[in-house]
Design a protein around this ligand. Sequence first.
Ligand SMILES: NC(=O)c1ccc[n+]([C@@H]2O[C@H](COP(=O)([O-])OP(=O)(O)OC[C@H]3O[C@@H](n4cnc5c(N)ncnc54)[C@H](OP(=O)(O)O)[C@@H]3O)[C@@H](O)[C@H]2O)c1
Length: 324
Amino acid sequence: MDGATPDTSGKVALVTGSTDGIGRETALGLARQGATVLVHGRDREKGRALTDRIERETDGSAALLLADFADREAVEELAAAIAERYDRLDVLVHNAGATFQERGETDAGIERTFAINHLAPFLLTHRLLSLLDASAHARVITTSSGLHQRATIDFEDLGMKEEYDGLEAYGRSKLANVLFAYELARRLDPASITANAFGPGFVPGTRLNREASRRFRLATGALGRLPDTLLSALPGPVNTIEEGARSPIYLATDPEVKYVSGHHFENRSPVLSAPESYDPHTARRLWEVSAEMVDLPVADRSIGRDGSDPSRLLDRATRALGRS
Ligand SMILES: NC(=O)c1ccc[n+]([C@@H]2O[C@H](COP(=O)([O-])OP(=O)(O)OC[C@H]3O[C@@H](n4cnc5c(N)ncnc54)[C@H](OP(=O)(O)O)[C@@H]3O)[C@@H](O)[C@H]2O)c1
């Protein structure tokens, strides 16, 4: 991070999936800057261990909220519990994510990777929008992955009923994350709320692979064993958990990106995402389909930004950051 560490005291930040991995490190980083961190996960013990650590070791404070993102009602209850306890939300980091070897469906009949990684943050953002609006300035950060680059959104078979592949399903959900972040940015005024996505790089030290497909584990396991000289030749960065958490902490708190919105970052720099992620028609269609899938009335906000030219978008972000 350039310059002094931002002071985040007094800010309220929700980090989803912060009981482990990159989310836990992000929560700790925000708490070290003085934030009140809402730790979210499914496991009470892991959550308590983190909230205790935050209270003990940092200037920030923490509260624990549990919700399984495969359960739509649990997402609703999470949003309601936050609205009951807090009058505003300054930072929302969508980090919770999973990948599965076997195809599975939620109780609502939705393929679970898509439900957990995309629909839950989509619904949660809508339910928390008034709290984000109540902040003097709020930031929404969505965690994507380099694997979004190889994915497509097939609206005819979003849930991969025809042919399931865990790696493809994960990549698709991560492309949906980027499309969502860009569409959210189009719909919001960056003077009030910004929306960005980031890829943490390949972070072999987390538990993401635990239920992953064999292809996914082989791909990531093999990468994890490559010597540094070969790893440095890979297109995306290979990061420790601490390094993976730097981008979300930066996007959540650094003054230089306060009004930067609608971009994709890696290692705290704006980078191009997949060509399909810049298609506003796909983004709008995904938004509408997602709204239907979670039974949400489509918010009637007009798209106010012309953002379909990726190189212009990247130029704009680079200029805004003074890095041209
Ligand atoms: N690791 C990488 O190489 C990598 C690369 C690119 C992108 N990412 C993204 O980074 C984010 C964090 O991943 P990670 O690598 O840190 O994985 P991780 O160590 O497995 O942590 C994932 C977090 O999400 C939570 N979570 C998983 N399923 C959930 C569900 N159904 N409901 C609620 N919470 C759930 C987990 O809670 P539990 O502890 O209860 O399981 C955990 O807190 C994900 O969005 C992932 O897609 C990771």
